[in-house]
Design a protein around this ligand. Structure first.
Ligand SMILES: Cc1cc2nc3c(=O)[nH]c(=O)nc-3n(C[C@H](O)[C@H](O)[C@H](O)COP(=O)(O)O)c2cc1C
Length: 162
């Protein structure tokens, strides 16, 4: 194993041992159809102005249309939504929203039913981050429930409620 490969393997291992929540980042095509993908690289960035960020891989088929969207949603999944996370990470991208109950937020971004919390964001900035784009959103609407969160840790999905 050369040094570069070793470093990548270690980074993956370290990040995999760090528990995160799980989100579906979603937007809509011109024609109104929703699309989205599973994302755990979500974090808050600033309170004033209210900013969050997600990192979208250049290889994701939704990369270009997502970073071109003026509005997107971050659906913070609840403990029972492991199947939603798996579905939105699997190929093909098309049809992921079939059978998913969602409604448009105030700005039209898809809000997925049963999530733990929702953010509706306007695109604030897109930065280059190696093989990912860092998509920064300004939070325009936020809604939260008391549901447990879905947690991703060492490749497994579980509920924060145990
Ligand atoms: C728990 C989990 C977290 C993920 N987080 C990210 C992420 O932060 N950014 C990303 O680009 N892909 C992430 N992925 C991978 C994408 O969801 C996956 O590659 C998806 O198929 C991309 O969809 P698309 O090709 O339709 O854009 C994650 C997958 C899983 C299971």
């Amino acid at each position: 194993m050369d040094q570069q490969t070793d470093r990548n393997a270690s980074l993956r291992e370290v990040m995999s041992s760090y528990p995160t929540g799980v989100t579906i980042v979603a937007a809509r095509e011109q024609e109104g159809d929703p699309f989205g993908l599973t994302v755990n690289s979500f974090t808050s960035l600033s309170l004033e102005p209210p900013l969050v960020l997600v990192c979208i891989g250049h290889g994701a088929t939704s990369h270009d249309r997502l970073i071109a969207s003026s509005v997107f949603s971050v659906n913070l999944l609840s403990g029972g939504q492991g199947a939603v996370a798996t579905r939105f990470a699997a190929d093909p991208s098309e049809g992921r929203f079939d059978d998913i109950v969602w409604e448009p937020g105030g700005l039209g971004a898809p809000l997925i039913d049963g999530a733990m919390a929702w953010l509706e964001c306007s695109r604030y900035e897109v930065l280059n981050g190696g093989d990912h784009s860092i998509l920064i959103g300004r939070v325009e609407h936020a809604r939260v429930t008391h549901r447990d969160a879905l947690v991703y840790h060492r490749g497994r999905l579980s509920s924060s409620g145990g």
